[in-house]
Design a protein around this ligand. Structure first.
Ligand code: ADP
Length: 276
């Protein structure tokens, strides 16, 4: 293990909080995301049952679990696209669905870039929608192309970009919405495994540069551990949080150094065991 990894504090695991235990209180507005006793059903299908967690502003939580376990439902509830049947939810002090919606920007699994717009003119849409003239919107967005390894691709159409590049532009579009909370729904699910690994490393660095409160939904335990400070491990349906894991990996190490470290391998084991 590299010396820089061994000097880090060991990661910790703690059991999932229960609704009735001394979990988060719904009494005060939060700066971050707080869920208390969230439940949701679709007809006879109980999608979510008693979800509790709280993360601080500019922290990152990964929601990991098997397919059909309610991860997307949870993300849509946080985003304000639907309300839970029971429980309280607070996103940066907003509790009503329409207010939560205004706080969140979502990056979907498949980039929804407009094919007729150039790479630069896709992420500026959020700024234009707020009334910013196109030249100013381009000027504000251009520096990110440099920072995110997209320089020289500003005038290229999405169809001419690689899958990884399109996802970077898609992430940039999410970022330019200038919302407090980023919701990432299987952001690299459509990419091949090598590109996916490269994008995870890239996103880790990018989020270090532009701090946001992040909720990442993925079925990939490694991705969740690598990109998140807290990982909520969900059970098969009905979705419950069966384990909360805290990560504390160095931000300086390479992806390979991090994922091969003893701490990472231990946490991955714990997550996989909790999923069952
Ligand atoms: P995941 O994202 O973990 O794969 P989902 O949140 O998509 O899980 O789905 C959880 C369960 O809820 C699944 O059984 C799914 O079929 C069901 N479900 C999700 N959305 C709806 C809906 N709008 N109507 C009916 N059932 C739904």
């Amino acid at each position: 293990m590299p010396a820089e990894l061994s000097s880090e504090r060991a990661p910790q695991a703690r059991p999932a909080p229960s609704v009735s235990a001394a979990g988060p209180s719904a009494a005060e507005p939060t700066r971050g995301i707080r869920l208390v006793g969230i439940g949701k059903r679709f007809g006879n299908v109980v999608a979510l049952n008693g979800i509790d967690f709280e993360i601080q502003r500019h922290s990152r939580i990964g929601i990991v679990g098997p397919s059909g376990g309610g991860k997307s439902t949870l993300l849509h509830i946080v985003a304000g696209l639907m309300e839970p049947d029971v429980g309280q939810i607070d996103v940066e002090g907003s509790t009503k669905a329409k207010d939560r919606l205004a706080r969140c920007a979502m990056m979907p699994q498949r980039d929804l870039l407009l094919p007729w717009r150039t790479a630069l003119d896709n992420p500026i849409i959020a700024l234009e929608n707020r009334g910013m003239p196109r030249p100013a919107a381009r000027a504000q967005t251009r520096p990110y192309f440099e920072r995110f390894g997209l320089a020289k691709f500003e005038n290229v159409r999405p169809a001419q970009l690689s899958g990884g590049m399109r996802q970077r532009v898609s992430f940039l579009r999410t970022l330019m919405a200038e919302k407090d909370v980023l919701l990432l729904d299987e952001p690299f699910g459509a990419l091949d495994s090598i590109t996916r690994s490269q994008m995870q490393e890239w996103l880790l660095r990018a989020l270090g540069e532009v701090p946001r409160t992040v909720l990442l939904v993925t079925h990939d335990v490694e991705e969740a551990l690598l990109l998140s400070k807290t990982v909520a491990v969900m059970s098969p349906r009905p979705g419950r949080v069966v384990r909360m894991l805290e990560t504390n990996f160095p931000t300086t190490g390479s992806r390979r150094e991090i994922v091969t470290s003893r701490e990472f391998v231990d946490l991955k084991e714990q997550a996989l065991e909790a999923i069952g």
